[in-house]
Design a protein around this ligand. Structure first.
Ligand code: SAH
Ligand code: SF4
Ligand code: F3S
Length: 440
C-alpha cells in the first residue's frame, strides 16, 4: 500500500507529519511522491492565514477525478484547519470525496481510522477540541537522518488577538523533561547532530509541570547529551525571553546563536491591540542585551502589516524598528482576518491595496538590510551542516550555518550530514555562496 502526504504550515505540522509517516509505515504503507500512485492521500493543513486554507481546498478539489477513477482511494485531511468550528461541514460540502478527517489531537488514531474506512467503507471524522494528556511513544519517520524536530510544548496560551493557533492547537502543555531527553539521546545515538526544540512559545516551557522547570534548565540538560552538535529552538516569545535564559545560553556551546524573535509590529498601540505583552522599547532592550552578549548572533523576526487600525504612522514605527534592530531576515505577512479571533471583529480593517503596498515597502527595506549584513560575511569561514544537493542550484551542496544562514557551495554529496568549514565568497540577500575550506 502506498501513501502520499502533503504538509502545509509550520514545524509543528512537519513534526506531526513525521509521526503520521511513522504510523503509516507500521501498518504497511510506503511513501510515494506521485498522488496518482497512492492508495491514501493525506493533507496535513495549516489555517494561520486564509491563503493557506484556500490552497488546501483547491488541491483537494483537484483529486475528484482520481477518486472517481479509483473508488478505493482514501483521501484524508488533518492538521490545524480541521480544528476550526464548522469546517467539517464546509469540507463535506466543497469536497464530498474526502473520506477521512482527523484533528491535531487524534493523530495516534490514524491506523484504526484507516482500517475502519477499509472495513466499513464509510467516512471517518475524529476531532477532539483539546486533550489533557500528551500521547508519548508514537513511531516517527524523519526526513533527514542527521537533524530532527523535537516537540517540547504543545498548544499556546498567549491568544495574540490575530492568531488562530491557540484555538486549533489547544492549551499549552509541556512534555516531561525525561521524555524529551530520552528521545534526544536516542536520536543522538542514531547519528542526529542537530535538534530543533519546538513550541509555540518555548520560553514558557515547564511552567505547567510539577515540579515546575524552565526552558533554560532544559537547554542545559540537552546540551549535556553527547554526540549532539547543535541545538535550535522555535519560537521564542520576546516577552518571556529572560536574562537568565540569555546567560544560560552564553554558557552552552551547542545552543545556536540564532535568535528568532517575532516582533509582529513596531508601534506600541498596535502591539497592545495584538496582546503581545511587550512594548517596542522592551523589545529593543532585549535585542540590545542579545547583541551585547552574542556579537556573532543572527536575529530574525516575523512581522505582520495591516493589522486593524494600523495607521501610516504605526507602520512607519515598524519600518523604524526594522532599521534600528537590523534583522538578518524577516518573515513578513499581510494581516489575514481569522474567524473566531478578536482582531477579525475589530473596526478599521485595512484595505487590501494598503496592506500590499506596506508589505512591499517593508520587504524592500528588509532585503536591503539582509544584503548589507550578509556582505560583511565575505571571506569569513563558517561551519555548515550539509543538507544535500541544492534544489535551486543543481550540482551544488546546500547547508546551514549555526546562525541559520543558507550556504551553497560545490562539493561531493558524500558530505551530506557532515559539519564542514566553508569560506563565504559571494554573499547575497537570501543565501551565501562559498567554497569548501577543508574536509574534517
Ligand atoms: N508561535 C509562533 C508562531 C505563530 S504563527 C509565534 O508566536 O511567533 C507564525 C507567524 O504567522 C506569526 O509569528 C505571525 O507573524 C504570523 N501570523 C499569525 N496569525 C496571522 C494572521 N492572522 N495574519 C497574518 N499573519 C499571521
Ligand atoms: Fe499565535 Fe501568539 Fe501563540 Fe504565537 S504566541 S502561536 S502568534 S497566539
Ligand atoms: Fe499553521 Fe497550525 Fe502551524 S495553523 S502555522 S500549522 S500551528
Amino acid at each position: 500500500m502506498k501513501y502520499h502526504l502533503v504538509t502545509f504550515g509550520c514545524q509543528a505540522n512537519e513534526r506531526d507529519s513525521e509521526t503520521i509517516a511513522g504510523l503509516l509505515r507500521e501498518i504497511g504503507y510506503e511513501r510515494v511522491e506521485e498522488p496518482t500512485q497512492a492508495d491514501l492521500i493525506l493533507f496535513n493543513t495549516c489555517c494561520v492565514r486564509e491563503k493557506a486554507e484556500n490552497k488546501v481546498l483547491s488541491r483537494i478539489g483537484e483529486l475528484k477525478d482520481l477518486k472517481s477513477q479509483n473508488p478505493h482511494l482514501i483521501i484524508g485531511i488533518c492538521g490545524c484547519m480541521v480544528q476550526q468550528e464548522k469546517i467539517v461541514e464546509k469540507i463535506r460540502r466543497r469536497a464530498p470525496h474526502v473520506d477521512l478527517i482527523f484533528g491535531t489531537h487524534n493523530i495516534h488514531e490514524l491506523p484504526e481510522l484507516v482500517q475502519s474506512i477499509k472495513n466499513l467503507r464509510v467516512p471517518q471524522v475524529h476531532i477532539l477540541p483539546d486533550r489533557e494528556e500528551i500521547v508519548e511513544g508514537l513511531p516517527s519517520h524523519r526526513e533527514f537522518p542527521f537533524k530532527a524536530l523535537v516537540n517540547i510544548t504543545y498548544g499556546c496560551n498567549n491568544f495574540c488577538t490575530y492568531c488562530i493557533v491557540p484555538y486549533v492547537r489547544g492549551r499549552e502543555k509541556s512534555r516531561l523533561p525525561e521524555h524529551i531527553l530520552k528521545e534526544i539521546s536516542a536520536m543522538s545515538e542514531d547519528g542526529v547532530l542537530e535538534v530543533m526544540l519546538l513550541g509555540q512559545n518555548v520560553n514558557s516551557y515547564g511552567k505547567d509541570l510539577t515540579p515546575p522547570t524552565t526552558f533554560a534548565e532544559l537547554l542545559q540538560q540537552v546540551n549535556a547529551i553527547p554526540g549532539l552538535a547543535r541545538i535550535r529552538y522555535m519560537t521564542s516569545h520576546p516577552r518571556d525571553f529572560s536574562d537568565e535564559l540569555i546567560s544560560t545560553i552564553a554558557g552552552l556551546n551547542k545552543v545556536s546563536r540564532h535568535f528568532h524573535l517575532p516582533v509582529q509590529a513596531g508601534s506600541n498601540d498596535i502591539l497592545r491591540k495584538m496582546n503581545r505583552g511587550y512594548t517596542r522599547e522592551e523589545y529593543l532592550t532585549l535585542v540590545r542585551k542579545i547583541k551585547n552578549t552574542f556579537p556573532e548572533a543572527s536575529i530574525t523576526t516575523d512581522i505582520i502589516v495591516g493589522f486593524p487600525g494600523e495607521s501610516e504612522e504605526d507602520f512607519e514605527d515598524t519600518l523604524k524598528l526594522v532599521e534600528e534592530v537590523r534583522f538578518d531576515s524577516a518573515f513578513t505577512f499581510i494581516y489575514s482576518p481569522r474567524t473566531g479571533t478578536p482582531a477579525a471583529k475589530m473596526p478599521e480593517q485595512i484595505a487590501e491595496s494598503v496592506k500590499k503596498s506596506r508589505l512591499q515597502r517593508l520587504m524592500k527595506l528588509q532585503n536591503r538590510i539582509s544584503l548589507e549584513i550578509n556582505q560583511q560575511l565575505k571571506g569569513k569561514v563558517m561551519e555548515v551542516l550539509v543538507e544535500g544537493e541544492s534544489k535551486t542550484s543543481p550540482e551544488m551542496l546546500t547547508g546551514r550555518t549555526d546562525t541559520n544562514k543558507t550556504v551553497i557551495f560545490p562539493g561531493p554529496l558524500s558530505l551530506t550530514g557532515k559539519l564542514v568549514p566553508v569560506k563565504i565568497t559571494v554573499p547575497q540577500t537570501w543565501i551565501l555562496k562559498g567554497e569548501l575550506v577543508e574536509v574534517i
